[in-house]
Design a binder for this molecule. Structure first.
Ligand code: AMP
Ligand code: ZN
Length: 462
């Protein structure tokens, strides 16, 4: 049984979906005004893993991620570049999809865009206004948090404190933390007609509307980075629950930050690397390994040494896998070894998606494969075990995405090594021991170990 740390209840709870065998899941997506950074990537990869593990566990998952394509930052960017907000949003939506694919993130079931759901957003604001929860202030429509007795339940903030602070400074709002559902249009901004005049929707509104449109008024899992707990997710709950009278979300999940020097990586601090630039230097698998080797609720510091280490790890695991595959021939059987590993893997992953444990099991499996590969002769039993380990690595990889793809250079390297070994064997046939030993030494110097066995000469990386 899967357990989830629920931000709402502050407890680790057994996961029971609303509909048996089905999971409805929403994750806050990007604001498309620039390339996203690897901090954002951590959140996207975390929930990609959650979704894939749920699928692996037999659930059918409907996964929704919104695209915020109208926002202050998009308007700012459009003005700076002298192009329309639509052009900015379209360009960076496309770039978002390119990076998502490069990071081996599975496509969501739906990627709804804010600008394509204005009608539904107006309906929600109107419903809240009719209930006396929303009020119009000169074309801006605000949510009155004092009308929502449950406000603060996700973040643990107290309504009295929120109401009291700064009240005097906000002439147009009743309480400081009242938030905009609808913003009146300013000069040069994109706008839509509404009962309150021309304007555009607030950011929180879009997530309430689009999640419910695709997943229903109550759905299973809502995710995002931990910074979104307040006010974004608190406000989503307020809007949705005040309008429907039903619970909005069963399980709230929040991923910790990717930091730099213990500070959140963010655009505004300027301490970021885009996923695009990191992907030029490191494979997606190394980035995924860097994130997934920790539990999603532990902060991670981004440092070059860590990503280098992660790259080494994925190379080692992939190497064991590829060489194991070469030796095993056809993949079949291996039921016992496979089930043993999967069982351990599940113990970790079922416990709030603990990929740190999941990945340690992957390492154990790679280690076992390497031990088997050291043997000159593999018995039926050994082969069966090898097959089980390989099948396990494939299963784990379908969730974690850490095995490097079969590369052309890798193939060429293997081919080159068989040429070298042929050459060495011909030297030995001619009893040219000096040259054959020289070849072995030179290879050892560059980290390739040669092993003469009863089944021929083998090589491996030291
Ligand atoms: P944004 O485009 O800033 O709204 O962020 C998109 C997603 O990335 C949100 O779920 C954020 O919580 C998340 N996010 C932003 N910065 C970080 C970070 N440094 N580490 C992890 N997640 C982040
Ligand atoms: Zn959201």
């Amino acid at each position: 049984m899967i357990k989830i740390s629920n931000t709402l209840t502050r407890k680790k709870e057994t996961f029971v979906p609303l509909i048996n065998g089905h999971v409805s899941m929403y994750v806050c997506g990007p604001t498309v005004y620039d390339f996203f950074h690897i901090g954002n990537a951590r959140t996207f990869i975390t929930f990609d893993m959650v979704r894939k593990y749920l699928e692996f566990s037999g659930y059918k998952v409907t996964y929704v991620m919104n695209i915020t394509d109208v926002d202050d930052k998009i308007i700012e960017r459009a003005n700076k570049e002298g192009i329309s907000t639509k052009e900015v949003a379209e360009k960076y939506t496309e770039e978002f999809f390119r990076d998502v694919e490069a990071l081996k993130i599975k496509k969501a079931t739906f990627y709804p865009k804010a600008t394509e759901h204005i009608e539904e957003m107006l309906e929600l604001v109107q419903a809240l206004e009719q209930k006396g929860i929303a009020y119009n202030s000169d074309g801006d429509v605000f949510f009155d948090i004092s009308k929502d007795k449950n406000y603060g339940k996700l973040s643990g903030k107290k309504l009295e404190n929120l109401q009291a602070s700064e009240r005097s400074e906000q002439g147009d709002k009743k309480n400081n933390f009242d938030f905009a559902l609808w913003k009146s249009a300013k000069e040069g901004e994109p706008f839509w007609e509404s009962p309150w005049g021309n304007g555009r929707p607030g950011w929180h509104l879009e997530c309430s509307v689009m999640s419910s449109k695709y997943l229903g008024e109550t759905f299973d899992i809502h995710g995002g980075g931990i910074d979104l707990t307040f006010p974004h997710h608190e406000n989503e709950i307020a809007q949705s629950e005040c309008s429907t009278g039903k619970p909005f979300v069963k399980y709230w999940m929040h991923a910790e930050f990717l930091n730099i020097n213990d500070e959140k990586m963010s655009k505004s601090l300027g301490n970021f690397f885009t996923a695009r630039e990191v992907l030029k230097k490191y494979p997606a698998e190394a980035i995924r390994m860097l994130f997934l080797q920790k539990h999603y609720k532990s902060p991670i510091n981004y440092e070059v040494v860590f990503i280098e280490e992660a790259k080494n790890s994925v190379e080692k695991i992939t190497n064991a896998y590829r060489r194991g595959l070469e030796r095993a021939g056809v993949l079949k059987g291996g039921e016992f070894a496979y089930r043993n590993r999967i069982e351990d893997f599940k113990i970790g992953m079922d416990d709030d998606f603990n990929t740190a444990i999941g990945i340690s099991i992957v390492f154990n499996s790679a280690k076992e494969i390497n031990l088997l590969l050291e043997k000159d002769f593999l018995s039926e039993e050994d082969l069966d075990e090898l097959n089980g380990e390989l099948r396990f690595l494939e299963a784990a990889d379908s969730i974690l995405g850490i095995l490097l793809p079969k590369s052309e250079t890798g193939d060429k390297f293997n081919a080159l090594m068989s040429v070298v070994l042929k050459l060495r064997s011909s030297l030995r046939d001619k009893k040219d021991w000096e040259s054959s030993d020289l070849l072995r030494k030179e290879l050892e110097n560059i980290g390739i170990r040669i092993n003469d066995t009863s089944q021929g000469t083998k090589w491996d990386l030291k």
